[in-house]
Design a protein around this ligand. Sequence first.
Ligand SMILES: Nc1ncnc2c1ncn2[C@@H]1O[C@H](COP(=O)(O)OP(=O)(O)OP(=O)(O)O)[C@@H](O)[C@H]1O
Ligand SMILES: [Mg+2]
Length: 242
Amino acid sequence: MEILKIDDISVAYGNIRALSNVSMSVSEGDIVALIGANGAGKSTLLNAIVGLVPLSGGTISFSGETICQSKHQKLSTDQIVRKGIALVPEGRHVFADMTVEENLDMGAFMVRDQSLVERKKAEMYDFFPILGMRKKQKTRSLSGGEQQMMAIARALMSSPRLLLLDEPGLGLAPLVVQDIFNKIRIINEENKVTVFLVEQNAKLALKTSSFGYVIENGKIVLQDKGESLLSNERVQKAYLGA
Ligand SMILES: Nc1ncnc2c1ncn2[C@@H]1O[C@H](COP(=O)(O)OP(=O)(O)OP(=O)(O)O)[C@@H](O)[C@H]1O
Ligand SMILES: [Mg+2]
């Protein structure tokens, strides 16, 4: 079943056209990757899904319901998060002066039931033990990898059905990136969260994903199974350094 459907969307920042007639779809339960060079429009696409940038054309639907539409944005970002989509933004955007625990609380802003919030936090400390050990510590004292784990945990606090990850490996050592991708796989397989991720490390992204899209200059230029893209000559030349 299709959980996310992006239908012919365009986005412009003033005169700069960042996305041109992009269509794609994500099936429930999958991990789908979007790869592309710097400035191709990857973050713009993720931000558009959660209503952070307006569409100049097209529609985005989640679980069959239109959530974003050009001219009149259908739902606010808050409402979209409540529907079950969570974004881990590029560069993580953690609240550095807050503790780990306070950051996780922020991720559950829409959860009224305090006992559920406590249960979710316990679940996160279980899943990312380092966060449990550092829960009273200010976030700025965490390493980059730990901050990324925390940003993912914060997004999971809202129990999303669809998790959007914008370059989870950015600026991290290869082993840490590997660790984060292992966690992403578990979140997908065990918690049944659909994942749509943007990643510069195309090899790792495509290995992890069942399906992938390639974006160039705001347009989707290729789409195929992850493993097929890995062996695609154009992808190898442009993104895999082959
Ligand atoms: N707030 C903005 N105002 C004006 N132009 C923007 C804005 N945000 C992005 N752009 C432009 O839109 C295009 C797409 O940017 P975007 O950040 O989506 O790319 P990206 O694929 O995420 O790149 P990166 O890999 O560097 O993160 C770029 O040309 C960028 O300069
Ligand atoms: Mg980006």
